[in-house]
Design a protein around this ligand. Structure first.
Ligand SMILES: [Zn+2]
Length: 350
């Protein structure tokens, strides 16, 4: 790597499949065109040094479930109908499969760390398949086994609602992440099954009791793919120091969420936010969990970004800001991709 050249980024979380799947999203073809909408497509990824990452399948609540009257007693959107969630997840996974098929070899769905490394050496974009919330998976875990064979390598137990396995944290600013019950018996079985299959479990979006249940049960490093430090931005979606310490103790990691309302001390969702706020979160996380355990989990296409980055093509600005702050080549490589590769190797095996 030449002096001052930024290392390639492997990112822990993006929502591009959700954006492409919207009625006006353009589907898999739109991934190959340099767009103005959203944050991530192949041309802009190349400009920004985004080498690859974990691609999320996220199932939105149906419109009729998004009203205040339909909220649970805990203030969350109601659980999804599993048949609806599975149907939606199939469509999103199919979008990723079509992107791979139409990419002329420029994107590959990866199932092993050796495949990620081969892709990154060859300038191919590795895409690891993640499902954000196990709503599409039945309590008998039949779908889990099928999805694993189809390429699923990372799973968030919940998004911000309940399901058969656990309950998502209720989003609030200055509120506690302790907003509901922990894992169900089916949730405990799901953790064990993911350990056995080598599927990475993501604790982002879990409430605090769910987090500690996973921490106690899992035999893999604890990973929050797209969350930040509560000590700086007290959003219930972020992690308390005690949770960060547990991640460090398990030799897991945390991917920095680029959403300004998860970064800022005042929690305001305003694109007019300086990069300095991202650097401050990275400084705090590195201080708390160590340089080996921090990476990116941008949440591209799922959040409001700092206007100074704008979209994935602005990633080099963040890398420059970190370099100016004193992170050397060695540290930048760890944050950019080496830490993700280490944790995936430990979790997936091989
Ligand atoms: Zn999320």
């Amino acid at each position: 790597m030449a002096q001052n050249e930024s290392p390639v980024v492997f990112d822990g979380h993006n929502d591009v499949l959700e954006r492409l799947g919207r009625p006006d999203g353009g589907g898999s073809d739109a991934f190959f065109e340099r767009g103005e909408k959203g944050h991530l497509d192949l041309p802009r990824a190349r400009e920004g040094g985004f080498g690859g990452g974990i691609f999320a399948v996220w199932v939105p609540s149906p419109k009729e479930d998004s009203t205040p009257e339909r909220r649970t007693s805990n203030g969350l959107p109601p659980a999804l109908d599993p048949a609806y969630a599975l149907r939606y997840a199939m469509a999103a996974i199919a979008t990723l499969l079509k992107i791979e098929a139409r990419s002329h070899g420029s994107l590959r769905i990866v199932r092993t760390v050796a495949e990620i490394e081969r892709c990154m050496n060859e300038g191919v974009m590795p895409a690891a398949l993640h499902i954000e919330g196990a709503d599409a998976i039945d309590a008998d875990l039949d779908a889990l086994h099928v999805l694993h064979r189809a390429g699923l390598r990372s799973l968030g137990l919940v998004w911000g609602r309940p399901n058969a396995f656990a309950e998502g944290v209720r989003p609030s600013f200055r509120g506690s992440p302790d907003t509901g019950p922990g894992l169900t018996e089916a949730g405990r079985n799901l953790v064990r099954a993911c350990n056995d299959l080598g599927i990475m479990l993501d604790v982002s979006h879990l409430n605090e009791r769910g987090f500690w249940d996973v921490a106690e049960l899992t035999d893999a490093p604890l990973v929050a793919t797209h969350s930040n430090a509560y000590a700086i931005c007290p959003s219930s979606r972020n992690l308390m120091d005690s949770q960060l310490d547990a991640i460090a103790a398990s030799d897991g990691m945390i991917g920095l969420n680029f959403g300004v309302h998860f970064l800022r001390e005042d929690g305001v969702e305003d694109a007019n936010t300086p990069l300095e706020v991202m650097v401050r979160q990275i400084d705090y996380l590195v201080e708390r969990v160590g340089i080996e355990r921090v990476g990116f989990g941008s949440d591209f296409d799922g959040i409001t970004l700092s206007g100074e980055i704008g979209d994935v093509s602005g990633l080099p600005k963040l890398m420059s800001a970190l370099r100016e702050r004193g992170y050397d080549d060695h540290a930048l490589r760890k944050i950019a991709h080496e830490n993700w590769i280490r944790v995936l190797r430990e979790t997936w095996g091989g």
